[in-house]
Design a protein around this ligand. Structure first.
Ligand code: ATP
Length: 382
């Protein structure tokens, strides 16, 4: 197994905007690294440069202790697991797993030993005589991984392996991949546009936008301390709310009310004019159902719509963004593929909340979790 070190990687197609722009990522030996971002951000191109399916315009790609920029894909000793698993339907599970060994001219005894070891690890040993058509989606995925294991590949690379599956199967497979990756301890790079997959699978996650690495961190760090507006809006569901905010000392004035935030969070935001506050829906609550209320962090507002989901409810509170930040919020919405709502606050309430449509309600906000962003640069100032 090997570490993968990407150093200042650039990919240009023609003379346009670089598809990958000066990206440096170090994937540690045995680490599960996710490349995530919206369509066109360059994540697949980066993966294809690791495997060798795409030339590198500049920068160094280092796998283990070898610079592989000019090595053919077959000489890089990596295993790519594709979306459709690329299994041979007419071959048994045994022969599908054995395929790369046969191709390399391995002896029957070596083939047998490796296939049996891999199938034991993958809990496929009872299915070796079956054909892929008679397997579940999860089992097929494991056969594809088995083929990668018998090759003793230095790393696994996945390109959106779950994107064709329905939501339920996708959830199951996600757990399966995470479990196997930990069990095998093999260096893995996994491309997805789905932030839930990124958050649940990765040891660390590299968030990309338009060819540029935005932040590289653990899922928890991305959620709690997003480096900029884009990462803040991309990670988390429902997405973080963004509202205009004026900061004066520790007071943050927003369209729906003024709240007090800790001094440490407000100190970099002084005298900067109109900012964008970011608050996750989960960091609000119906003040009337709370056991303990914190001083200075509730506001009264009229709730427009309530969606009740059982254990929680989403309340929607419309607001008007002033022209000074409207442009930035519209651009952000475009960058996020329109996934985030920008004209209303989304508030997650406890399922026990009695707030209903049209009610005047007292809402508590976790002031310690409010982020403040510079609208010009997108930088998180908290
Ligand atoms: P998706 O999830 O839609 O596949 P992505 O984030 O994986 O998107 P890439 O496929 O890496 O993005 O593409 C990054 C950019 O490079 C895009 O603007 C794309 O149009 C461009 N691009 C990709 N392949 C080529 C190519 N062969 N020739 C020219 N431009 C390309």
């Amino acid at each position: 197994m090997s570490a993968i070190n990407m150093k200042n990687i650039v990919k240009k197609y023609g003379d346009g905007f670089p598809a990958v722009n000066d990206v440096s990522i170090d994937v540690a030996d045995g680490e599960f690294m996710i490349l995530v971002g919206p369509s066109g951000c360059g994540k697949s191109t980066l993966l294809r440069m690791i495997v060798g399916l795409e030339d590198i315009t500049s920068g160094d790609m280092i796998i283990g202790d070898r610079k592989v920029n000019d090595l053919a894909p077959r000489d890089r000793n990596l295993a790519m697991v594709f979306q459709n698993y690329a299994l041979y339907p007419h071959l048994t599970v045994y022969e599908n797993i054995a395929f790369p060994l046969r191709l390399a001219g391995a002896k029957d005894s070596e083939v047998d030993e490796k296939v049996r070891n891999a199938s034991k690890t993958l809990e496929l040993d009872e299915h070796l005589d079956r054909k892929p058509g008679n397997l579940s989606g999860g089992q097929r995925q494991r056969v594809a991984m088995g083929r990668a294991i018998v090759r003793d590949a230095d790393a696994f690379l996945f390109d959106e392996p779950l994107s064709n599956l329905d939501a339920k199967l996708r959830g199951q497979m996600r757990t399966e991949i995470a479990r196997l990756q930990k069990k095998l301890g093999i260096t893995t790079v996994y491309v997805t546009h789905d932030q839930t997959e990124a958050m649940t699978l990765g040891d660390r996650v590299a968030v990309m936008k338009r060819g540029i690495l935005q932040q590289l961190a653990t899922p928890r760090e991305l959620y709690e301390n997003p480096g900029n507006l884009f990462v803040a809006g991309f990670i988390g569901s429902p997405p973080m709310n963004f509202v205009p905010a004026e900061v004066d000392g520790t007071s943050v004035k927003m369209p729906f009310g003024t709240v007090q935030i800790p001094e440490a969070r407000s100190k970099n935001a002084q005298g900067k004019g109109l900012l964008i506050a970011g608050i996750r829906p989960q960091h609000f609550e119906d003040a009337s159902v709370m056991q303990t209320k914190k001083e200075g962090s509730t506001f009264k507002t009229t709730v427009d719509v309530v969606e009740w989901l059982g254990n929680e409810a989403y309340a929607y509170i419309p607001f008007e963004a002033p022209p000074e930040v409207k442009e930035q919020l519209t651009q952000l919405e475009k960058d996020l593929d329109g996934e985030a709502m920008r004209t209303q606050l989304v508030v997650s309430l406890d399922g026990a909340s009695k707030i209903r449509e049209g009610d005047e309600a007292e809402i508590w906000v976790d002031a310690e979790k409010i982020h403040l962003f510079d609208p010009a640069t997108g930088e998180n100032l908290t």
